[in-house]
Ligand binder design. Structure first.
Ligand code: ZN
Length: 145
């Protein structure tokens, strides 16, 4: 199932916040967007509609759990969810907390910069809180009792 030329099929260079045998949540560590996370399917599959419905739902439960954790901890003005994959046709969802004073707002974070960034990387304590919140919300979403 792996594709040798696909970066998402390789071991990730990013910090893994959560992972099971289906997908992983990584912290991108973008200095301008310190809480920017990505949910990456482990298998090399191009489109969401290539997955059976149950796996589509499973992927989105993880994405929404990450979104919820980020909202609770960072209280962003907006969440941007993005799934493009033109360069890397392997299912992954960008989960980007946006603030009205961030570098590109109201443009996409790939768009034209509007101002300088004054962010810094997450400290270890915040990373720990984010990891714990994401883990709790994903496990609750995947294993409703
Ligand atoms: Zn891949």
């Amino acid at each position: 199932m792996n594709n040798a030329s696909c970066p998402l099929c390789q071991p990730t260079p990013h910090v893994i916040l959560w992972q099971d045998n289906f997908c992983r949540v990584v912290l991108i560590n973008d200095v301008n967007y310190p809480a920017y996370c990505r949910v990456e399917l482990l298998a090399h599959v191009k489109e969401m509609s290539d997955l059976p419905p149950q796996q589509r739902a499973q992927m989105m439960k993880v994405v929404f759990a990450v979104e919820t954790a980020i909202r609770e901890i960072f209280n962003p003005d907006k969440i941007n969810l993005a799934s493009l994959g033109n360069k890397t046709p392997h299912i992954h969802w960008h989960v980007i907390p946006r603030f009205e004073n961030d570098m590109h707002f109201p443009n996409s974070h790939w768009g034209e910069a509007q101002r300088e960034s004054h962010n810094k990387a997450l400290d270890e304590q915040t990373k720990k809180v984010l990891t714990e919140k994401i883990t709790a919300l994903i496990e609750c979403a995947l294993n409703p009792s």
